[in-house]
Design a protein around this ligand. Sequence first.
Ligand code: SAH
Length: 342
Amino acid sequence: MKNIKDYNLEELKEELKALGEKPFRAEQIFKWLYIDKVKEFDEMTNLSLELREKLKQNYTMCNYNIIKKQESSDGTKKYLFDVLDGNAIETVLMQYHHGKTICVSCQIGCKMGCKFCASTGIKFVRSLTSGEIVEQILAVEQDIGDKISNIVFMGIGEPLDNYDNVIKAIRIINNPKGLNIGARHISVSTSGLVPRIYDLAKENIQCTLSISLHATNNEKRSSMMPVNNRYNIEELIKACKDYIKITNRRISFEYALAKDNNDNLEDAKELVKLLKGMLCHVNLIPINKIENGKFSKSSNENIMKFRDYLNDHGIVATIRRELGSDIDAACGQLRRKNLENE
Ligand code: SAH
């Protein structure tokens, strides 16, 4: 059955027309879905019983079941959602002083193969639809009874490898008639699919683009991230510079520090050379060791030295706060799950 949350407002109007209904009904339904956030068609009380029946026959509401919920000592929550086809995905809620952030997944599995990430190595199943992406937010909001202020596309999957659905989800999240979360409160992280970075630049969405850089030369980056064999650092940086020129938006570079791999001052020096003069920010992530992974976390001392070197040389750098690592909810710890093994 079709998922009613897979349509943007314009498409929903077309759907309603095809059912012989007036397009303004779509506006009403949209409001029920994203403002009132109801869970059943029968709660849409300004629609006739007949229309509600028609909707029930033609569409599902895609309400996720929570299979498992874990809470970290720092307040981070990790949800395992049943995506209703036998697969399950993880979504994380992080609580900061300035508000609540949800880290959403966009694919069941991931094709990118980054050597340090737990989402690698498990079979890729499929991309999520836009409705399945947005549902993660609705389901978490319902569970906590509170509104979310920020969304990061940093869960399982590569957002730019599911481009159309991710863009559609962002527009629904951002739409004042949808979830009404400001574009500046939405971040999309990519391992570096260069052609799609150019596409994103043209979308005219004011969201933040994060680039998983992690290394400053091709040999090292390719050994960590196979995608670098397709789009190397030079092409990636060129795309970023063009992105900044087109959008006038600052890019955030993610750099996961792994001990004796990419964390010494030579690397910091190369990073300064690479990013000098760009409108950007560097987000340093203490790497989380994964099962059987060869990369382990840098010492706190090295992480701070690395940050200080960047800051002293004109590159704004901060260390990402580690949240939820005790429940495997931190960066790189999310994985696709089968319902059978939960
Ligand atoms: N596919 C997207 C989103 C993935 S996750 C991307 O590659 O950007 C968000 C961030 O977590 C990325 O920067 C990713 O490289 C990083 N990450 C993955 N595994 C990690 C690990 N074990 N420790 C720290 N960061 C990790």
